[in-house]
Write a protein that binds this ligand. Sequence first.
Ligand SMILES: [Zn+2]
Length: 441
Amino acid sequence: MNYEPVIGLEIHVELKTKSGMFCGCPADHFGKTPNTGTCPVCLGLPGALPIPNKKAVEWTIMLGLALGSTVSEVSKFDRKHYFYPDLPKGYQISQYDQPLCRGGKIETSQGTVRIHRVHLEEDTGKLQHAMVDGKKVTLVDFNRSGVPLVEIVTEADIHSADQAKEFLKKLHQIVRYLGISDADMEKGSMRLEPNISIRKVGETALPPYKVEVKNINSFRFAAMAIEYEIKRHATILESGSIPAQETRGWDEAKNATVSQRSKEEAADYRYFPEPDIPPLRFTRGYIEGIRQSMPLLPDERKQKIVKEFGLNEQQATVLIDDERKLNLFESTVLSNAVVSAGISGATVANWIINKVADYGVATTQQVAADIVESQKITVIDESELQNVLATVISSNDKAVADYKKGKQQSLMFLMGQVKRQIPKGNTQQILDALKAALDTQ
Ligand SMILES: [Zn+2]
């Protein structure tokens, strides 16, 4: 039987603000000694009051604008309760019914993926399972708890693992270009959660179940988890059952998803408005101000380099893939050395795509000099050329004789001998001179 996957995505992105979501602790928690970046607010000690981070709110609105979302004029924070030791308060400050942004979309080659909402919350602490004094224990590091975290939720508009991957890559690019997060998957500053179900081809209603795969840290694993789930659900449906509504995890070692727990319903979280933070109200002018301050987005910069520098679609796609690569292209193509040598944008693009090994290290000046050098055709001094020709002709009697008998291959052989001594020489100039010299033999 043929099935159609119905996939929605939830993506968590840690913002790279200086301080926490509701306190002054450093938001940069990576690699720090456990529990050194904490305070009474993020530890949820009695009497501590949260104050929202203005920059985090502004950046979330900016992301919403980049995705074409509608920014709420009134938004609020809510408490989301759950019993797990990664948050000391016993609840997470998140947003329930009045998120900062609603709607929006990202276009993929397999169709539009609508955005359901974009909201702001605080990240949780990290649990570490370890052995201490021969006992299995769980250690908690609260450095990450309270770091600003944006959640982007899509509609279930995705119908294949490839489309999910394309969407995620585009979102990742947008976040990086906005400069609001490192979105480094290995460090966990961007985490992916696909919601997957399947239905018979031709059906339009949402399937009666969905399976969430939590905290995936690469585009490839997300695609693999989706493929795995599609096959698993098909087998269960074929046997006449319906897959269980549950949360699963991706096991890198087994290349499989594994059951973690039955999926919570919103009611399980007992959401209620955060009483310590008044609702946020934004004027149109404030939102417009954020829109004005937005840098160009990847698609806009792609169109710009195609139009201004005559690149083809493929070159432009490779360059925008990494902003450092794109920046290096733009600075090199506009550098004095390249402009005054009259080198085309396409040549610069090809050089940067094929010859530059490390975009983080390469400098505009060096790359421009290398490109100009590679394009240089040296007009060789005539007497120097004649000397080289004389030497080559006198030391290759057989090839010269073969050429005289009409063997074209011998001409190319002699040409090769000359070029070895003057590699930068203008090929046409050398060839003409070589033929003339051979004719006088
Ligand atoms: Zn704190």
